[in-house]
Design a protein around this ligand. Structure first.
Ligand SMILES: Cc1cc2nc3c(=O)[nH]c(=O)nc-3n(C[C@H](O)[C@H](O)[C@H](O)COP(=O)(O)O)c2cc1C
Length: 318
């Protein structure tokens, strides 16, 4: 079944290849965190032509997340609002699943988070424990400090907290690239401050961005629901953050937010993203999503005279 899906959906072309975090990605279009929180379908996602899969957010213990309803479609805006709140099976069950099923035939990202009840000190230990358990399976690990729908008991992106997280993880780490996922709602000065910390701690990259609490440009009446907004309206704000990160640093960026077409993926690549990810467009556009974006990217690269995705990265910054 998987082989049949792969035949239909995967696009194989050397121009799509990206080398990032010391790993070869056969195409730059990945599945964003939240879709396969518990590593239940990584192989199927690879068979649908995605170039990489990010599982998680994984927490140390199982957690229910927020009460239902907690996920809303805004079809007028091709958007979603979610306040899932880190529901998940916890690291032990996720690890058993990875051991049982093996890792997928594409690079695997593991997105790690803290328990909703943890205080600042406990949070550091949460990240350390999930990292310790799951990093052996990961091609890169994401520290998620930007979820807008988990309880705010302390400032997760304060410089002191971030330093403590990175110092702790780097002390445990042999050679797995560690990246940090940031939100779209911080002012540029705060992003710059975070980038300084990230660079000083030897962090390997940035995922930009998580969902937004803004409702700007959203038409659907469902906009009143609280939670993180993803999809169409996030496209430009997320690209703005990618542009800022790419113009301030040489760190590889995974661009995410409103990628729903080859044009949207290309815009993020040209703004500085080496790889892109998506969630909401997969919900609206179905199983051919990665194939259509990859085919379209090949056409756009040819139109503009780039011989590979890598050659196009950051070219809108020059
Ligand atoms: C239902 C849902 C659950 C999500 N859960 C997570 C999560 O657990 N961890 C995380 O880092 N991001 C999570 N995200 C954010 C996505 O990874 C992504 O950053 C965001 O949706 C923007 O991409 P999109 O516009 O393509 O959906 C979630 C998004 C949605 C819609």
């Amino acid at each position: 079944m998987r082989a049949a899906l792969e035949n239909v959906y995967s696009v194989d072309h050397p121009a799509l290849e990206v080398n990032c975090f010391g790993t070869r990605f056969s195409n730059p279009v990945g599945v964003a965190a939240g879709f396969d929180k518990n590593a239940e379908c990584t192989h199927a996602l690879a068979a649908l032509g995605f170039g990489f899969v990010e599982i998680g957010t994984v927490t140390p213990y199982p957690q229910d997340g927020n009460d239902r309803p907690r996920l809303f479609r805004l079809p007028e805006d091709e958007a979603m609002i979610n306040r899932m709140g880190f529901n998940g099976d916890g690291m032990t069950r996720v690890r058993s699943r990875l051991e049982r099923d093996g890792t997928p035939p594409v690079p695997l990202g593991v997105n790690v988070g803290k328990m909703n009840t943890s205080n600042e000190e406990e949070a550091i230990e949460d990240y350390r424990r999930v990292f310790d358990r799951l990093s052996p399976f990961a091609d890169y690990v994401v520290v998620n400090v930007s979820c807008p729908n988990t309880p705010d008991t302390f400032d997760e992106s304060s410089p002191e907290h971030l330093m403590a997280i990175f110092e702790t993880l780097e002390a445990e780490n042999d050679d797995v690239p560690i990246v940090v996922k940031i939100g779209p709602d911080s002012p540029p000065a705060s992003v710059r401050e975070l980038l300084e910390i990230v660079e000083s701690q030897g962090v390997d990259g940035i995922v930009a961005t998580n969902t937004t609490t803004s409702r700007e440009g959203v038409r659907s009446p469902t906009r009143e629901q609280w939670g993180g907004l993803s999809g169409g309206p996030l496209r430009e704000p997320a690209t703005d953050v990618i542009r800022l990160v790419a113009s301030e640093t040489d760190l590889p960026v995974i661009g995410v937010g409103g990628v729903d077409s080859a044009e949207a993926a290309y815009e993020k690549i040209r703004a500085g993203a080496s790889l892109v990810q998506l969630y909401t467009a997969f919900v609206y556009n179905g199983p051919a999503t990665a194939r259509e974006i990859n085919r379209g990217l090949l056409a756009l690269l040819e139109r503009d005279g780039f011989d590979s995705v890598e050659a196009a990265v950051g070219t809108a910054l020059e």
